[in-house]
Design a protein around this ligand. Structure first.
Ligand code: PEP
Ligand code: MG
Length: 554
């Protein structure tokens, strides 16, 4: 007899798929309590040393378990720093001078950190490792859970208050079967990475941090439902049926079309050629985020470097559509080499295409490299600019691209002004691609990373769908393609709505393609249009989802 479900939580499902496992929480850094007087320095020194040893031991164990050589090296280096005799000596001296173990570790790590920074070069790069070591050693001393990714030694459901992209990028889908965060929004880059890794994920799920570690739970990354307190047998059943569903989807291939054969191109969102899987399930690339080439750089990549990167992507799909987006800088994608000044409201400042107001040479160099890559590969890439607001900006971008022989020029619709004037933009362009992540952010005046505002950023918001409908209608009238490359395209049920609104292509991470293909194949174009009508008429995202889900089930 299965045990009763103790807790049914609900958040926003942002990476479809079901999974079950034991929940393990990601603990935040420990807070230092007020200093305490030390009664016995011998005992306190032993506590402090044990804290350092357990941090070093933990890091060594993680290094041994790391699948990626690069991750293993980083962890081994961290473990060595934690075991450094100089660090230990510094801690012992501080305890001898009257400090309690936690404060002695905190101060010694701070001193060590400064020394590494002063040494410069490779040593300075290791300085931030000291924070992690300090947090682990202090947590051990205080008897608090180890901060960072849990390592329970078996696959698990990761629960966290929120996750930085750096936490998500290292997740192993073989170990973390699902992730659930208390905060976070549907269009944050963490959500994008979870989808790219194919990990079912739910964000903005209140109460998840109250689930006790080790509790068997199931997660539905489509509906956003989290059931905590299921029994092990039910968990195994969820895993079995999720595997069967994945296998069924993986065997379906071919171009995207509705049940009655209406074609809808299914394309890939990529950051580099490495994101295109062998035997890709998609029909081309709908969004190459070229800024990933420029991230973390002090100088712009050279012409050869850029040409090589674009050519590699173009050669991966020589016969198909490949849409390359020019540099999208600013806010959540800082590009140090541009030397942009700090802004009070960076999301509303000089970002995306606007960067070329200050540095037109960066865009021109990129277009030159792209034109050369097209010649070298004998292909005809589509090129588009991010964050375009007015028809004037679109015309200027089109002129610069066409002057270099790039024939198919478009822009992303990410700003409501662009959606409202989609027909005027199309006078200048060959296609539009709707970036629903930023279009949500700017339509609902809500930072896309802001967990508390996740409901406003829900891509099922009828007002967002209204703007998409307007763009699709402009495309239909002009006889030009209008695609969606924001995260909305990766939601299988919403994909039917977008097609019903008149969208001609959907672009997403490779892992999302099979489920979207399956959803389209199960509905006729008329059914998709009915889904679109229901969603547009709904009062809010919840009602829109419910109405379309009901129609789809019928
Ligand atoms: C978008 O804004 O929807 C988009 C696809 O661009 P990015 O997520 O890279 O900002
Ligand atoms: Mg965007």
């Amino acid at each position: 007899m299965p045990e009763p479900v103790l807790d049914a939580l609900r958040g926003l499902g942002i990476s479809p798929g079901r999974a079950a496992g034991r929940v393990h929480k990601m603990a935040g850094p420990p807070l230092l309590p007020a200093p305490v007087a030390v009664a016995d320095t011998g005992v306190e020194t032993a506590r402090a040393v044990r804290g350092l040893e357990s941090a070093a031991g933990e890091l060594t164990a993680r290094a041994e378990g790391a699948a990626e050589p690069a991750a293993r090296e980083i962890l081994e280096a961290q473990a060595m720093i934690a075991a450094d005799p100089l660090l230990r000596e510094s801690v012992e001296q501080r305890v001898a001078a009257g400090s309690d173990a936690a404060h002695a570790i905190d101060a010694a790590c701070a001193e060590h950190r400064e020394a590494l920074l002063a040494a410069g070069g490779y040593f300075a790069e290791r300085a931030s490792d000291l924070d992690d070591i300090k947090n682990r050693a202090v947590a051990a001393v205080l008897g608090l859970p180890m901060p960072g990714l849990p390592a329970p030694g078996h696959p698990f459901v990761l629960a966290a208050d929120d996750l930085a992209p750096a936490d998500t990028v290292n997740l192993d889908p073989g170990v973390v079967v699902a992730l659930v965060t208390e905060k976070g929004g549907p269009t944050s880059h963490t959500a994008i990475l979870a989808r790219a890794l194919g990990i079912p994920a739910v964000v903005a799920c209140p109460g998840v941090m109250s689930i006790a570690d080790g509790t068997w739970s199931s997660v539905d990354g489509g509906t956003g439902e989290v059931r905590a307190g299921i029994d092990e047998q039910t968990a195994a059943e969820v895993e079995r049926s999720a595997r069967a569903a994945r296998d069924r989807l993986a065997t379906a291939t071919g171009p995207g079309r509705t049940a009655d054969g209406h074609p809808v191109k299914l394309l890939l969102n990529i950051g580099s050629v490495a994101d295109i899987p062998a035997g890709s399930p998609a029909e081309g690339v709908g969004l190459f985020r070229s800024e990933f080439l420029f991230l973390d750089r002090r100088t712009a990549p050279t012409h050869q470097e850029q040409t090589g990167a674009y050519e590699a992507v173009l050669r991966a799909f020589p016969e198909a559509t490949v849409v390359i987006r020019t540099l999208d800088a600013g806010t959540d994608k800082p590009l140090p080499f541009l030397g942009l000044p700090e802004e009070l409201n960076p999301a509303l400042g000089v970002r995306g295409l606007r960067v070329s107001r200050r540095s037109p040479e960066v865009l021109d160099a990129q277009l030159d490299a792209l034109a050369e890559a097209a010649r070298a590969s004998g292909t005809s890439p589509w090129v588009m600019a991010p964050m375009v607001t007015t028809p004037g900006e679109a015309a200027d971008f089109a002129r610069r691209a066409r002057a270099r022989g790039l024939a198919d020029v478009g822009v992303m619709v990410e700003v409501p002004a662009a959606a409202l004037h989609a027909h005027r933009l199309l006078d200048e362009l060959d296609f539009l691609s709707i970036g629903t992540n930023d279009l949500s952010q700017y339509t609902f005046a809500s930072d896309r990373q802001h967990g508390e505002l996740a409901d406003l950023l829900d891509p099922w918001q009828p007002a967002l769908l209204q703007l998409i409908a307007q763009c699709a209608e402009a495309g239909r009238a002009a006889g030009k393609p209008v695609g969606v490359c924001g995260e909305a395209a990766a939601d299988p049920l919403l994909a039917t709505v977008l097609v019903g609104l008149g969208v001609t292509s959907l672009s997403m991470s490779a892992r999302s393609v099979p489920a979207v293909r399956d959803a389209l194949a199960r509905h006729t174009l008329d059914q998709c249009r009915e889904h679109a009508r229901l969603a547009l008429a709904a009062a809010d995202p919840g009602a829109a989802r419910a109405a379309v889900r009901e129609a789809a089930a019928a």
